[in-house]
Design a protein around this ligand. Structure first.
Ligand code: NAP
Length: 482
């Protein structure tokens, strides 16, 4: 268990995921000490091995533990005190879930007293000893000898000990606390409450199983809880982020919506005319275990965008990620281009992007955080014959992106643009073979992109991995614009 925890934590460090605080339940306290840098992992492994041996040797005749569900701590403490023999609380796990420990008969008797006092259930636990009971005081004393060869270092990450449910700031206290921990109650609920009091609002459970995540939900519903058990869990986490992707029923928008949802975001799938396609995107996200819903809105309509974003805030309370992807083409040579074709492209591609930023930034400013990602194009960077309207709109998106980035940077909001080259979607499917061949000839990598390849960049810009990037245009174009 500790090996897995330590290995995961080392992998987290490699990704610059460093906690403000650390805490661990029972054996997990050694993991917290590794995180705090006070205890060398090699020492931790050696000591917990001895800890296990001493604990087993201390109770050759065994003992018992039982989980008491649905009764408050004071009533359980009273039941233990009134029972003859050794019985006490081993773990204050969370409201409604407390574990008692001690001599077999005393645990059974205290369990009956708890039932009489109104406990919903008392469940005997299959354990090899009465952990965290006074019966293990001798084991703790034996362990003290082992610490003689351990050099506790300065605590770099403040950690909360099970014994007092408070921060330990002085490394010279650690040895005594670990000795006491063997035979005293694990105050997990109180430890979490202490961390919340200190300002912790995101907790990461590291290691096998979801036990602590379950406890967290009962201790405090307002904090966010993540869980890292497998290498995939260390990938970009967007858990609980609220995202809006415009034009997400098809093409690049669909791929982006699916990828953001696969990384934990709740995704609003915007569409204008393609309701069926948007519902299909939502269904696919849900089939993958993600969360999404479809939202109709013509991004060219200022008021409709205000209403769409207000509806998101009403329902979800916030908006963390805005992907301005909706776009159209109305290609034609400049000399023959109608005013209507020019205006329509500008209205959707450029004004549409302004509309959503205009309304979303209001809420992001209050949140003091947000990621805005605008889909521009290589045509906006280089220009393209036959696409004066489209190129103008996409060049406009670049200017809009940079100005918004400058205005919003100091308030924790990053605004960036992605300039794809040639991507295989409905937008390019209609082009003639001759035009496609000409486009491919301009791509150093010699092939078109898939929508998923553009979505990967959306994910990067939506995540904390790009926290220090704003006002940039990332060309994802196989080398077209260099
Ligand atoms: P696509 O397959 O044609 O999809 C366009 C999307 O935009 C559709 O979901 C559409 O939704 C939505 N949309 C259009 N007008 C809208 C409006 N008024 N309000 C809301 N949504 C609207 O295009 P794509 O290739 O995925 O392109 C996505 C973005 O990438 C566009 O901004 C495009 O300019 C840009 N891009 C594409 C390429 C490429 O090679 N494909 C290259 C560079 C940049 P409805 O169907 O519901 O109207």
């Amino acid at each position: 268990m500790l090996t897995v925890e330590a290995a995961i934590y080392m992998a987290m460090e490699q990704q610059n995921l460093r906690p403000d605080y650390a805490a661990g339940l029972s054996l997990g306290e050694y993991g917290a000490l590794i995180v705090s840098k006070a205890l060398d992992p090699a020492d931790a492994f050696r000591i917990i091995r001895k800890r296990g041996i001493y604990m087993q040797e201390a109770v050759p005749t065994g003992g018992a533990m039982a989980a008491v569900l649905g009764l408050d701590a004071a009533a359980i403490e009273a039941a233990c005190e009134q029972t003859e023999g050794i019985v006490s609380i081993a773990n204050y796990n969370c409201p409604g879930q407390i574990v008692i420990t001690g001599e077999q008969a005393a645990v059974e008797q205290a369990g009956e007293a708890c039932k009489a006092a109104g406990a919903k259930r008392v469940m005997p636990l299959k354990v090899s000893g009465p952990f965290h009971s006074k019966m293990l005081t001798g084991a703790g004393e034996q362990l003290a000898d082992e610490f003689k060869n351990v050099n506790f270092r300065r605590i770099e990450v403040p950690y909360v000990t099970n014994v007092t449910a408070d921060f330990v700031t002085d490394e010279t206290q650690i040895q005594n606390l670990l000795v006491r921990q063997v035979s005293s109650s694990v105050r997990w609920q109180q430890s979490v409450e202490r961390l919340v009091e200190a300002g912790a609002d995101e907790f990461v459970e590291v290691g096998p199983g979801h036990t602590l995540t379950g406890f967290m939900k009962k201790i405090n519903r307002d904090v966010k809880v993540f869980h890292i058990e497998k290498p995939e869990d260390l990938e970009i986490m967007l858990t609980d982020k609220i995202a809006l992707v415009t034009g997400a029923g098809r093409g690049i928008g669909k791929a982006a919506a699916k990828l953001l949802a696969a990384h934990g975001a709740y995704v609003y799938v915007n569409y204008n005319g393609s309701e069926e396609a948007a519902r299909q995107t939502v269904d696919e996200i849900k089939q993958n275990g993600g969360k999404a819903e479809a939202l109709q809105c013509n991004v060219a309509d200022f008021q409709a965008c205000a209403d769409m974003i207000a509806a998101i805030i009403r329902q979800s309370g916030r908006l963390d990620i805005l992907v301005n992807n909706a776009g159209i083409t109305r290609d034609g040579l400049l000399m023959k281009m109608s005013e209507e074709d020019y205006d329509q492209v500008l209205d959707i591609n450029l004004k549409g992007t302004f509309h959503t930023i205009r309304h979303a930034s209001r809420y992001m400013l209050k949140q003091k955080s947000g990621k805005i990602i605008n889909m521009t194009s290589v045509s906006g960077v280089l220009g393209n014959a036959g696409q004066a309207n489209y190129s103008a709109s996409k060049a406009g998106v670049i200017g809009l992106t940079k100005s918004a980035a400058r205005e919003l940077a100091s308030r924790g909001i990053c605004v960036n643009a992605i300039a794809p080259g040639y991507v295989e979607t409905d937008m390019t499917n209609g082009l003639s073979e001759q035009v496609k061949t000409q486009m491919l000839a301009q791509i150093p990598m010699g092939r078109a992109a898939s929508p998923e390849e553009i979505a990967n960049t959306v994910l990067f810009l939506a995540s904390d991995q790009s926290a220090y990037i704003t006002g940039q245009v990332l060309c994802v174009d196989g080398g077209m614009a260099m």
